[in-house]
Design a protein around this ligand. Structure first.
Ligand code: FE2
Length: 188
């Protein structure tokens, strides 16, 4: 099954993943706030972020944050309440955590006896790599070892105003990540 309707890998590597990981791993526990089922810290837009975020932010304002879950923890099948689309980068645990999509379970359905076993699709996060994420497809996370940190962007436009397919088309057409990099190269 094609994975395009679940996630899209941004084909330009991030240059800030290490900074983000350092920020996350050195932030004391008492500074993490509750955010849905996670603990989170905000990442100010002025923080050293990848340059193409500026263009994205101008068109679709967002807040950015790092969310964490503990080892041996799962985040069960769900569809995001408000978000139509997210932009994620996993900062560690590339091999010891798993993010799965379930193509069958729809909003409002739970796992019943007749759909207890079925195929899943894994988003196998790679280091330094962003993924556009369809938060309206049922997904779950299993984290086996060590605290897992994920950089995630939450757009102010909710799922009624901005969805995955819309942003995917824009991103494929406009390719902001390349334009920004080219501009920087020309500037230097
Ligand atoms: Fe989610």
């Amino acid at each position: 099954m094609s994975t395009d309707k679940f996630f899209y890998e941004i084909p330009v590597l991030s240059s800030v993943a290490n900074n983000m990981y350092n920020l996350a791993s050195t932030t004391p526990n008492d500074q993490w706030i509750d955010y849905y089922a996670f603990k989170a810290i905000p990442v100010p837009i002025k923080y050293t972020v990848d340059s193409w975020w500026r263009r994205l932010y101008d068109l679709h304002p967002f807040k950015a944050g790092i969310i964490k879950i503990d080892e041996n923890t799962y985040y069960d099948w769900h569809i995001d309440t408000d978000r139509g689309v997210g932009l994620n980068m996993l900062l560690n645990n590339w091999d010891t955590s798993h993010c799965l999509f379930n193509p069958k379970i729809q909003r409002g359905e739970s796992v019943e006896i007749d759909n207890m076993t079925d195929k899943f699709i894994e988003l196998k996060y790679k280091p330094n790599t962003y993924y556009l994420f369809n938060t309206q497809m049922t997904h779950s996370v299993y984290n086996f070892k060590d605290t897992r940190y994920l950089l995630t962007i939450d757009f102010f436009e909710d799922r009624t105003k901005l969805n995955y397919n819309q942003l995917l088309e824009e991103i494929k057409q406009e390719r902001w990540f390349e334009q920004q990099l080219n501009k920087e190269q020309n500037d230097t």
